[in-house]
Design a protein around this ligand. Structure first.
Ligand code: ADP
Length: 170
């Protein structure tokens, strides 16, 4: 099965896809950036499911590099896959955790039967991962992960991020 990688510049909350990925934080209770935007536009159902997951399976939070799905509330998607990216460090190589976010999200997507999955540039906001390196990891990981997902769409918020991902896709 081949997976097609596509790029769009825009807002991930406006995407129509089977699943959209949230760059969540470990609390699963919402935050800024993509996380805030998803909860704002998706409505309270997503947060209610996150709270339930928190209470049942992740009492100490969703560990970095793991992924879990909820429904997508009012978004134009069936599911939101929440994954926790690593905070970038200059003293420690945490790239394995960023790889894991993409792999685990695709594994969860496969479990749901999702065929189209939209990803933001995980960890490149408040978690400060340099865009160039994050884009390389994202593209390489998706290219080398065995998945039934037919389209992986990277949704880049600004022109600069879009340009960096375009460079990596070549
Ligand atoms: P993290 O905590 O993983 O760094 P952020 O949400 O702070 O997550 O940022 C991740 C990336 O998502 C950043 O490049 C940011 O510019 C981008 N971003 C923010 N809002 C949106 C949005 N609505 N759609 C797509 N990307 C977004």
């Amino acid at each position: 099965m081949t997976t097609t990688l596509t790029l769009v510049q825009g807002d991930i909350t406006r995407q129509r896809a089977d699943a959209i990925v949230n760059a969540a934080n470990s609390s699963l209770l919402g935050g800024g950036g993509v996380d805030g935007a998803i909860h704002r536009r998706g409505g309270p159902a997503i947060l209610a499911e996150c709270r339930a997951l928190r209470a049942s399976c992740y009492s100490s939070g969703l560990p970095t590099g793991q992924a879990v799905a909820t429904t997508a509330g009012e978004l134009d998607a069936l599911w939101v896959i929440h994954t926790v990216g690593p905070v970038h460090s200059t003293t420690e190589d945490r790239s394995g955790l960023l790889v894991s976010c993409y792999r685990e999200s695709l594994r969860v997507a496969d479990g749901l039967g999702a065929r189209t999955v939209a990803f933001p540039a995980i960890s490149t906001g408040v978690y400060r991962w340099p865009m160039e390196d994050a884009a390389r990891i994202a593209v390489e990981t998706v290219r080398t992960t065995e998945t039934a997902v037919e389209e992986v769409r990277f949704v880049l918020f600004d022109e600069q991020a879009y340009a960096v991902f375009t460079g990596q896709l070549r």
